[in-house]
Design a protein around this ligand. Structure first.
Ligand code: ZN
Ligand code: ZN
Length: 391
């Protein structure tokens, strides 16, 4: 689960930025080359990529997503170039785009950058714009290229981003260790009589102290609030006997994200909760163990879902089992019924079944897992059994 909250307003992307650790130039050049191969195979004439995760993935440029157009142009054949506002030329040049030798095409305040993109792309049948491009930019680009079919660059780039390299897996492991170290301390902050918000503040501070550059989300969902999977924090005072779902994540300096859920209990919870939790623990472990190359994404979901259904909890498991993770907390592949994509070594995703009983409680266990050559590689190591604290 994830995305939003507290420190985001203070520290989130677009407000306060820590320069990304740079991905090796050779890795970026390889990504660009593979994107071109994929574009050619799909009959796409050029990719047009605005600031966001795809731009960070392809050229390591963490450009500020503003109203002025910055757009990387990756033709199916030939050299990439980038349209940049004149005032951002120094920043673009200082980014890995400079080391990659990408031609920077600047535009002044009264120029039309969309026409510059159109001229640079030239005669093609289709362009693919990044999936996160602002609608106003996509529409203005379409107006500048009225006869060109507009597609989504996700067709090309998601295919690449899903398949993590050993360097990327190392990044996810570092993110996993960082968030593990926060969960390791959560038991000392969760106390009856404190509010979720107070505990959340301690957690947010620790997420940064553990090496993340942003706090992406902090969920401290106590008692009945646990029944809302995306509850964040509130002023509810934690009571003795409450189960508490703690789902937290941030972004590391190299851009890779962490996301880990553990469920705690402040004092002894009800017997009914304990019985359900045991089934959840079993279902989550079975879904993790199911991971290996060649199985479908949906079969990982089914593994967890079938076990929870057999335990009478199927109706309470109201979301998919997981999502891919990398430069975004939520990206492909999605671990959901209907996704027949076959797992390959390097696919990275969460496995996070849960149960949610309205008005009473909720629980979730979430690990980030990478599909290895022979089975799952776990990026999180914290114990998954219910952590009973403040006893
Ligand atoms: Zn999560
Ligand atoms: Zn998640």
């Amino acid at each position: 689960m994830g995305n939003s909250l507290s420190h985001t307003a203070l520290l989130g992307r677009g407000y306060y930025r820590v320069p990304m650790h740079q991905t090796p130039t050779a890795d970026l050049a390889d990504r660009l080359a593979r994107a071109q191969v994929q574009a050619r195979s799909l009959g796409i004439g050029a990719l047009v990529v605005s600031p966001g995760p795809d731009l960070r993935y392809l050229i390591g440029y963490d450009a500020i997503p503003l109203e002025r157009l910055t757009a990387l142009i990756v033709p199916a054949e030939g050299d990439p170039s980038m349209v940049v506002p004149l005032l951002e030329h120094p920043a673009a040049l200082a980014s890995p785009a400079g080391a990659l030798g990408i031609d920077l095409l600047t535009w002044g305040e009264t120029d039309n950058p969309y026409e510059l993109v159109a001229r640079t792309v030239g005669q093609v049948e289709s362009v693919a714009v990044d999936n996160r491009m602002w609608a106003e930019k996509a529409i203005r680009l379409r107006a500048a290229m009225p006869d060109v079919d507009q597609r989504l660059a996700g067709e090309v780039i998601n295919h690449l981003r899903m398949r993590k390299t050993p360097n990327e897996i190392a990044s996810l492991r570092a993110a996993g260790e960082a968030i593990d170290s926060v969960h390791e301390q959560v038991g000392t902050w969760l106390r009856a009589g404190r509010t979720e918000r107070e505990v959340g503040r301690d957690i947010a501070d620790a997420i940064l102290a553990a090496g993340h550059v942003t706090v992406d989300f902090v969920i401290v969902a106590s008692g009945p609030n646990g029944a809302s999977p995306h509850h964040e924090v509130s002023d509810r005072v934690i009571e003795r006997g409450d189960p508490v779902v703690v789902d937290i994540g941030g972004t590391m300096p190299d851009g890779y994200c962490s996301d880990e859920t553990r469920t705690y209990a402040v004092g002894q919870p009800s017997d009914a909760f304990l019985v359900s939790y045991a089934a959840l623990e079993h279902a989550q472990a079975a879904a993790v163990a199911h991971v290996r190359p060649g199985v479908t994404c949906e079969s990982v979901d089914a593994t967890a879902r079938d076990l929870l259904t057999r335990a009478g909890l199927g109706e309470l498991f109201i979301h998919r089992t997981g999502h891919g993770i990398g430069l975004e907390t939520h990206e492909e592949p999605y671990i959901v019924s209907g996704n027949t994509e076959l797992l390959e070594p390097g696919f990275a995703f969460s496995i996070e079944p849960g149960f949610y009983l309205a008005g009473a409680y909720g629980a979730r266990i979430e690990d980030i897992v990478v599909c290895g050559d022979n089975g799952p590689l776990l990026m999180n190591e914290r114990p998954r059994s219910l952590a009973v604290v403040d006893v």
